[in-house]
Design a protein around this ligand. Structure first.
Ligand code: HEC
Length: 357
């Protein structure tokens, strides 16, 4: 159970209160979703209950008397946490730790840990258990893809053809974060009900994250890569990145952990260096670099520290930083594969396009 102060600080004031309570799941005082307002009131913070930024207008309309507290924006939802929960809620969900997905190798049998049936499965809206036979691990990134676009995105039939990807394109809808949160909480016939493994603050963070990507307050994946059916990886980085600027950024923000040439940490059981990974899986890495890597700072990565969100500024500024970083990482001499076992890209590979060196 991760209840350290640094982690709680990152969660923000309101989430902190909820996270603190949820960290003591054994105690009978775990707040039910309905009691969240009460919990927040009992804290010293005067911020309203966990409300989405978009709700601040209606909050000020509801709260009488224009005190300075009302003029303050609502406590911001931690969008990067939302992104990491989208990636892998059970690796970064300190609040609801202990979920281990049912193993996909044992078909027809739920043999994981945690969740409503305590067997690592989740339920659909109608209460029927959804097993992990298809290998989605209940990760939202598997149901909707690394680009959040479901069937029409990189995991869809036109591209990587993942059997578990769902129809919904999260970036083409117009739902509010509140609507998305209740949809994820209760599930549908296909989407499991995440309310049993994510508390309201976590669901709000995921939903705000989705809306922020859609509205380009964060990086929108379509601004980083184009889908490209039939070519390796099914994508191609967009133009406009500046490799020299990216290399500088890398030196400032990444080299301390990943080493000057990105070979200090190898990924996926030694298959990739940071460079060889970024040259082949930028469709995944854009999300990791924007939000941080779930589960770092614990287990075997304790000695390195936590990789949190790496980009700064507005959505447009973050997009530029990301393209700059990818442009730099497309240089095989500057960011070699080192001792990684997997192969690197060949000359002419479309993923890095003309950034490839
Ligand atoms: C505090 C240390 C730290 C910093 C700073 C950091 N990282 Fe990481 N990063 C890690 C660790 C640890 C991992 C986990 C590797 C794993 O899970 O196999 C990781 C994972 C990643 C991954 C995911 C690879 C995968 O297999 O999914 C990417 C991409 C990445 N880092 C890129 C970057 C970039 C680019 C920067 C700088 C902008 C950066 N990191 C800064 C520590 C850090």
């Amino acid at each position: 159970m991760q209840c350290d102060a640094a982690r709680m600080k990152r969660l923000g004031v309101c989430a902190l209160v909820l996270a603190f309570s949820a960290c003591h799941t054994e105690s009978p005082q775990v707040p039910l979703p309905d009691s969240s307002a009460q919990v927040v009131q009992s804290s010293s913070a005067s911020a309203p209950a966990v409300v989405a930024p978009s709700a601040s207008a209606s909050a000020s309309a509801v709260v009488p008397a224009a005190s300075s507290a009302v003029a303050q924006p609502a406590a911001p939802v931690d969008l990067a946490l939302g992104g990491r929960l989208y990636d892998s809620f059970f690796r970064d969900g300190s609040h609801m730790a202990g979920f281990e997905p049912d193993a996909s190798s044992t078909k027809g049998k739920a043999d994981g840990k945690g969740g409503p049936r305590k067997d690592g499965s989740l339920l659909n809206k109608d209460g029927t258990p959804l097993l992990n036979d298809a290998g989605h691990d209940y990760r939202l990134k598997n149901f909707f893809g690394w680009d959040l676009r479901g069937e029409s995105g990189i995991y869809g039939a036109g591209y990587m053809k993942k059997g578990y990807v769902l129809k919904v394109d999260l970036l083409s809808g117009r739902e509010s974060a509140k609507e998305l949160a209740s949809w994820l909480k209760n599930g549908t016939a296909e989407v499991p009900a995440y309310g049993s493994v994510m508390d309201d603050a976590s669901l709000a963070a995921v939903s705000e994250f989705i809306v922020a990507v859609r509205e380009r307050k964060l990086v929108h994946p379509a601004d980083v890569f184009d889908l490209k059916a039939g070519s390796p990886g099914n994508y191609s980085l967009r133009s406009g990145g500046n490799a020299a600027r990216g290399k500088e950024l890398y030196g400032e923000r990444c080299a301390g952990c990943h080493g000057n040439d990105g070979t200090k940490l190898l990924f996926d059981g030694g298959e990739f260096s940071l460079g060889s990974h970024a040259r082949q899986k930028a469709y995944e890495d854009w999300l990791k670099i924007m939000n941080g890597q779930p589960g770092t700072g614990t287990g075997k990565w304790t000695y390195i520290g936590t990789m949190g969100p790496q980009l700064k500024g507005t959505g447009a500024e973050m997009t530029r930083e990301l393209l700059d970083l990818f442009a730099a990482l497309c240089d095989r001499a500057a960011f070699p594969k080192g001792a990684a076992k997997g192969k690197d890209v060949d000359n002419g590979d479309a993923r890095c396009r003309d950034y490839l060196r």
